[in-house]
Design a protein around this ligand. Structure first.
Ligand SMILES: NC(=O)c1ccc[n+]([C@@H]2O[C@H](COP(=O)([O-])OP(=O)(O)OC[C@H]3O[C@@H](n4cnc5c(N)ncnc54)[C@H](OP(=O)(O)O)[C@@H]3O)[C@@H](O)[C@H]2O)c1
Length: 262
């Protein structure tokens, strides 16, 4: 399989790094205008170029990781290179399959949308994938590619904005929560390095408990909240201060922003 990544910035790089770590034998062409900043990829066998037309024509799957503000303009510029044998996978937030098809003026080209997060870098993304077509082989080849950067779930396109908030913005919410835990840890006596070590592994452990046991968070919380104990006292104080409420309100604020209702 030959893969092109158009717009190799933060996300494009995360995807490429994840694929490289998987050890799978993909031929990858990475583009951006300022190629100097990604020239280091060449030592891993990635072809680096600013020639989008070349990258598209050489590839089976074209991952488009351009910013939403210029993706349609760039796709229009290169529309003649998107022949029906190509699969175009857009990662741009808020740009619909229909808008992409209109930009390339070709409904015969398979277009999918994927919303990964930056944990792709370490092979731990949760990628939401939208495909409205019927060709199972094409779907499987994209799922298989994206599985090298983490888990993949298929969703309906009308949930893509919600997926962006929960999955992609979600990384930032969790990291801010972790930062607060570190700050609390320092206040109660740990040096920063030790606090970070404890928090990182505790968060990883909590996630693994849910993933492996397939439990609801509250089931695992019940196991650590001794009646009259310190955990429930701390948790209740957090709730009195609006912990769950502020998270839910934040998620909703991001969603309203993405839906352009705020
Ligand atoms: N970051 C996330 O967590 C995340 C998650 C899911 C989806 N997304 C989506 O992914 C997309 C990319 O986000 P990002 O954070 O990776 O942005 P970014 O770092 O700005 O990457 C975009 C890249 O596109 C390149 N570019 C611009 N015009 C180009 C052109 N004509 N041809 C080739 N390359 C061009 C830019 O480099 P040059 O200026 O050098 O060309 C830049 O490196 C966005 O649409 C975003 O909504 C991001």
């Amino acid at each position: 399989m030959k893969i092109a990544v158009l717009g190799t910035g933060n996300l494009g790089l995360s995807i490429i790094k994840g694929i490289l770590k998987s050890g799978e034998n993909y031929q990858i062409i990475a583009t951006r205008r300022n190629t100097q900043s990604i020239a280091f990829l060449e030592k891993d066998g990635i072809e680096v170029t600013s020639d989008n037309a070349y990258a598209i024509t050489q590839s089976d799957i074209v991952i488009v990781a351009l910013k939403p503000f210029n993706i349609l303009e760039v796709l229009k510029e290169y529309k003649q290179y998107f022949t029906p044998d190509k699969i175009l996978v857009s990662m741009a937030t808020g740009i619909s399959i229909q808008q992409i098809q209109e930009a390339i003026e070709n409904k015969a080209v398979t277009v999918m949308r994927a919303m990964p997060n930056t944990a792709s870098d370490v092979g731990e993304s949760l990628t939401c994938l939208v495909y409205n077509g019927q060709e199972k082989e094409k779907l499987e080849s994209v799922k298989s590619l994206l599985s090298h950067v983490g888990s993949v779930i298929q969703i309906n396109e009308d949930l893509m904005e919600a997926a962006t908030v929960l999955g992609a913005c979600g990384i930032a919410y969790v990291l801010r929560f972790m930062r607060a835990m570190v700050q609390g840890g320092i206040q109660i006596g740990f040096d920063a390095k030790t606090a970070v070590q404890i928090v990182n592994q505790t968060v990883k452990g909590a996630a693994e408990l849910l993933i492996r046991n397939q439990n609801h968070p509250e089931d695992e919380i019940d196991k650590v909240t001794t009646p009259k104990g310190c955990t429930i006292v701390g948790l209740n104080e957090m709730e009195h201060q609006g912990f769950s409420s502020s998270l839910i309100k934040g998620i909703n604020a991001s969603f309203l922003k993405i839906e352009k209702k705020a």
